[in-house]
Design a protein around this ligand. Sequence first.
Ligand code: NGO
Length: 525
Amino acid sequence: MTQTKLKCLAFGGLFLTVIFSQMACKPTDLSKENMIPKPVSVVSEGGEFNLTDQTDIYVQGESAELKQIGQYLADKLNPSTGKGLEVKTTDKAPEQGNIYLSLSENDSELGDEGYQLKITDKLVSLTANKPAGLFHGIQTIRQILPAKVEMASAQKGSWKLATGTIRDYPVYGYRGAMLDVARHFFGVDDVKNYIDQLAYYKMNVLHLHLSDDQGWRIEIKSWPNLTAHGGKTEVGGGEGGFYTQEQYSDIVKYAQDRYINIIPEIDMPGHTNAALASYPELNENGKATELYTGTEVGFSTLATHKEVTYKFIDDVIRELAALTPGEYLHIGGDESHATKIEDYIPFMNRVQDMVIAHGKKVLAWDEIALATLKPNTVVQYWAKAENATKGVAQGAKVLMSPAKNAYLDMQYDSTSTYGLHWAAYIEVDKGYNWDPATLVPEIKKENIIGIEAPLWSETVGARQEAEYLIFPRLLGYAEIGWTPAELRNWDNYKVRLANHGERMKAMNIAFFPSKLVPWNTTAKK
Ligand code: NGO
C-alpha cells in the first residue's frame, strides 16, 4: 500500500477514509484524472508527486527544441503555481523532485506523436521518440494538475500529481480544425490564441480558409489588389482585413512551435467573388464584380477558359507554397455551381498539377472526386458520401469533416445564439458520438487520414462568438481524432468534459454551457 493511502487510513474508520481520500489525499488515482483526449493506457500507483519551490524542468542534452518545449511547460505552470520552474539541461535523469523530458530509444508503439509519462513520488519523467510526443505529453501534465493551474495569476493550494504511468499515442495522424477568416476576418492574436487552445487538446492541424466571396485574406505580392480591394470588407459590411506575408509567416512559425501544421486554402473556381471584384480579367466578361457582404453561396466562378486565370492561380500557389512549410495546399473546389461540370473537371485537374509542380500535395472538398485525382490528393468529405466514396475508389485518402457531425458552425439546438443549421443541430453528445471509421460503409479506417472540424464564420466575427460554437465541441473532435474508438463513450466523456469546464473558465474560453454536461460535478470517472 502506498504512503498516501496509509496516511489516509491512519485517520481510522471507513467514513474518514472516504472523506479524506476525497479531500486531503487527492490525487491518488491517476486513472481517475479527467484527461481529454482520453489516453490509450493509464496505470495508477496510488501515490503523489509534489511540485515544490525546488522543482525544475530538466531536458536531456543541449537541444534547443527540447528546451523550447520545457519552456512552454514552465510558462504555463509558473504564473499560477508561483513555483518558478526553470528549464535546465542534463545528460542523465535529474535528482528527485524534478520534471525530466527526454527522447527515448525507439519505442515503436508510441510512433511520432506518442509519449510515455511516468510519475513517481520522486520524479515526473516524460519520454517520446520525437519532440512532438513530448509536446503532447506536457499537455497531459497540465491536465492532471488542478484546473486552477491554467489561471494567469498566482493561485493558492498544493500542486500534486497522482503517480503511475501513461502510455499514449493517436489513432489518426491528422487532427485538425478549420477557421474561416474570409467571411469574418480574425486577426493574428485570435489565430495564435486558437493555436494554443488546439495544442492543449493535442490537435495538430489548423486549416485557414483564406479566400471566399466576401474577402481575400492573404497578401499576394504579384496580385496586390486581392487584398488592397478584395480584403476590404466582410459579411455584414465590416472592415475585413488580411494577413501580410510576414504576419502569415509569423502564424506559421507560432503553430510550428506548437507542433501544429498550417494548411492554407484558396477556394476555387467558385467562392471567388473577392478575387473577381479585384481583377476584371478573371471574369468571363472582363468586368469586375462588386464586393459582396452577404452569405449566399455558389454564384461566383473564375473564368476557366482564360489563360490569365491559370497565370493568376500559379502565382498565388507559388507565393503561398513558398510561405508554407507543410505538405498540403487546399484548393477548395466546393459548391462551384456557377461553373459547368465540363469546365470544372479540367480546371481541377490542371490546378492539382500546379500545386504538385510547386512541391505540395492537394487537399480539396469532396466535389474534387468528380475530377481525376492525382496521386496524394486528399478528399475532404463534408457533404456527399458518394463523392468521398468516388475518391476512395480512385485510391485517394479521405479527411473526415461530415457537416452533420463535425461542422463547428452548426447550432447546438434551435435556441443557439450563433451558427447555422442547414446540415443539422449538433448538440455536444451528437458531435462526440460517432466514429469516422464506421460512418460511411465504403470509407474504412485505412482510407482515412484523420478528422477536421471546420468553423465557418458567417454568423461569428468576434473571438467570444467563435468560442461559443467551438467549445466545448472541439474537445470531442480532439478525442475522436486521438483516442481509439473502443475506449470512447459519452457517459464517461461527459464527466471528463464537465471537469474541463473549470479549465476552460480558467483559460477565459467562452464555451457554450450545454445542459447535457454535468458541469458542476466534482466526481471523477
Ligand atoms: C459549406 C460551404 C461553405 C459554408 C458552410 C456553412 C463547404 C465546404 N462549403 O461547406 O461555404 O460557409 O457550408 O456551413
